[in-house]
Design a protein around this ligand. Sequence first.
Ligand SMILES: CC(C)(COP(=O)(O)OP(=O)(O)OC[C@H]1O[C@@H](n2cnc3c(N)ncnc32)[C@H](O)[C@@H]1OP(=O)(O)O)[C@@H](O)C(=O)NCCC(=O)NCCS
Length: 186
Amino acid sequence: MELIQYPQKNDDGGIADKIIALEKTAWPENAPDGVFPSAPNTYVTSFVLIEKDQAICHVGVRKCAFCHKADVYLAYGLSEVVTHPRYQKRGLATQTIQKAKEFILSQQPDVSIFTCGKERVPFYARCGWEAVPGACLVGGTKEKPFRSDDLNLITMIMFLSSKSKQHKKDFENTDILLELGENQLW
Ligand SMILES: CC(C)(COP(=O)(O)OP(=O)(O)OC[C@H]1O[C@@H](n2cnc3c(N)ncnc32)[C@H](O)[C@@H]1OP(=O)(O)O)[C@@H](O)C(=O)NCCC(=O)NCCS
């Protein structure tokens, strides 16, 4: 099993196809045209486990600056976290998220933020993020906001910079607006 960071200098194009094939195991309705990354404006990189020429675990990393209560923050998020059904519950996502987290920390953002289903909160909390009470991540665009609470998703945050730690309370019971692009939400 090999852990790679995508994109690679000499990528032959095959890795993106392998990631798409893996994502289809979890979200068969998405990416019918085989486009990866689906949101290049915010996409940074991916950590991918390859086994027998197949992607078996993927963690995407996204990036976006945003303004919240008069302060500007740089956010990095996780997206498209998926392990192939045959390889689940062996610690592979935890291990790959750890690599993504090390990368995110090295970029020195103010916060790491993304959303997940309620049932996944303990999993991501063990990885270092916390569920922020009443926080609603609003992605999409100004004209067409995409609200995480409409999907019953929980907003997970890791407060990293001293500025974000000082203003931690500002993130509770509020909307957090990130212009991620149409229909985009981490
Ligand atoms: C969520 C998902 C990525 C987890 O991937 P995974 O590789 O199975 O994750 P891990 O093995 O690291 O951890 C999963 C669980 O297995 C447990 N586990 C880890 N190693 C284990 C082992 N050796 N034996 C038994 N259980 C183990 C973990 O403690 C964790 O438990 P929890 O669900 O109670 O938190 C995977 O279920 C998936 O792809 N789901 C579909 C897509 C999806 O929903 N993605 C998340 C979007 S937010």
